[in-house]
Design a protein around this ligand. Structure first.
Ligand code: GLY
Length: 417
């Protein structure tokens, strides 16, 4: 079977690495991909916002299955349009992708189906939102009700911070919808399941590090590192979250006539009253996907096909008992503006460290030179029998990368260690 993978980040390099191992795969195309995905298939230039162009490409190249990596094409309805054209695709349709596309939608679903989550109010007016913040006090959480590349959430520790985040949202969009939530206390865990619209199966857990600097300091990022499994997420907590959060979500969306097929990435808070939903994402996490994929012992492709087909049945994805950890190497200045174009050397040497795999995130080739082309640039990943082994290997590999403009956190995994 020919497969087209949509996306260009570290997540898509990891997915291409796993898909390329499948005996079911004939040819893999990645649009647009990156120099890392080019090791596992053909990178192709298609404007993925032009759904007609994606459909034409699939027909021309006899693509039987499209795997959508990032959220934006899901929320834009790419899967709906592919299916309407008779092309099978992995990921939720537009109506179900609202789980990620709209925080308010998810909160209403939680209220309707009794899914544990923080108390909330929804606003479309800055003055009313601010009055609510003044009444509730801090800490309090302000969320932009739409996609903002993981950066639309402010966990405000002071009332002033919450008020200025409301001002910042309404300055950019006078009629913005926002959700204001009670602040939950506990450890955050990323929980990944696969749904076929009718039932769900557990893939695994991970924890990421969102702040840019060591000790969880500095501004939020898309994620500076991750590890899997999340030791704090015991089998008992996993079973509880699956029963109280994942199952009612799948059942609720089915009951509403918008079944959810694809990855359910639940951001959970492990509170004193049990796991509660912080937010849903409609795709694999980045960089959580990279560490999950490195532990995957099952063939990924038939699982993704079964999710799209409604045929997960009794599928039981198998993950190795190894631990995996990834360190994100980012370009100086990230998450602010960065200067692209600096040369990166030493990836082969880094991959000579036992158990190490390097996934590309924001890179490009210039002839034979590898250049930085984004904010998050490389994922230096390692597996090992313990999390400490994985961490030691990953940093040994980081130290072999020759890229003076790059930086990383030196403490990925600290919470679990
Ligand atoms: N690492 C968090 C995310 O992918 O949204």
């Amino acid at each position: 079977m020919n497969v087209l993978l949509i996306g260009s980040g570290g997540r898509e390099h990891a997915l291409s690495y796993a898909l390329a191992k499948s005996p079911l795969l004939s040819k893999l195309f990645i649009a647009p991909g990156n120099p890392g995905t080019a090791r596992h298939g053909d990178n192709v230039v298609i404007d993925v916002t032009d759904h007609g162009a994606v459909i034409d490409f699939c027909r021309l190249m006899k693509v039987g299955f499209v795997v959508v990596g990032p959220e934006a094409p899901l929320v834009a309805g790419l899967v709906d349009d592919l299916e309407a054209a008779g092309i099978k695709a992995f990921g939720p349709k537009k109506a179900a992708a609202r789980l990620e596309g709209s925080k308010g939608f998810t909160k209403e679903l939680c209220a309707e189906f009794g899914i544990p989550t923080a108390g909330y109010r929804r606003f479309t007016d800055a003055d009313a939102a601010k009055a609510h913040v003044r009444q509730q006090g801090a800490p309090i959480v302000v969320k932009y009700d739409g996609l903002m590349a993981g950066k639309g959430v402010t966990v405000a520790t002071t009332e002033a911070e919450a008020l200025s985040s409301i001002d910042a949202i309404y300055a950019g969009e006078p009629n913005a919808a926002i959700v204001i939530e009670d602040c939950m206390v506990g450890e955050e865990v990323s929980f990944f399941c696969l749904s076929d619209g009718d039932r769900a199966v557990i893939l695994g857990s991970a924890q990421d590090h969102k702040r840019v600097f060591d000790g969880d300091k500095g501004p939020n990022t898309g994620g500076m590192g991750a590890y899997s499994p999340a030791p704090v997420f015991t089998p008992e907590l996993e079973a509880e979250a699956f029963e109280t959060i994942i199952k009612p979500t799948v059942a609720g969306l089915k009951q509403r006539g918008t079944p959810y097929r694809g990855v359910l990435f639940a951001g959970l808070m492990l509170t004193g009253q049990g796991p509660k939903l912080v937010e849903y994402n409609a795709r694999f996490g980045d960089p959580e996907c990279q560490v999950l994929i490195l532990r995957f012992a099952s063939d990924l492709l038939p699982l993704l096909l079964a999710s799209a087909d409604g045929g997960l049945g009794d599928a039981k994805p198998v993950l190795s008992s190894d631990h995996a950890l990834t360190v994100v190497m980012a370009n100086a200045g990230y998450p602010g503006p960065v200067q692209p174009g600096s040369e990166i050397k030493g990836i082969d040497g880094a991959e000579d460290v036992g158990g190490v795999t390097v996934f590309h995130a924001g890179t490009r080739m210039d002839g034979t030179r590898l250049l930085a082309a984004g904010g998050r640039v490389l994922n230096i990943c390692a597996t090992g029998p313990t999390l400490r082994d994985a961490q030691r290997r990953a940093y040994e590999a980081v130290d072999r990368i020759d890229w003076p403009q790059g930086f990383c956190r030196r403490d990925i995994g600290w919470r679990a260690l």
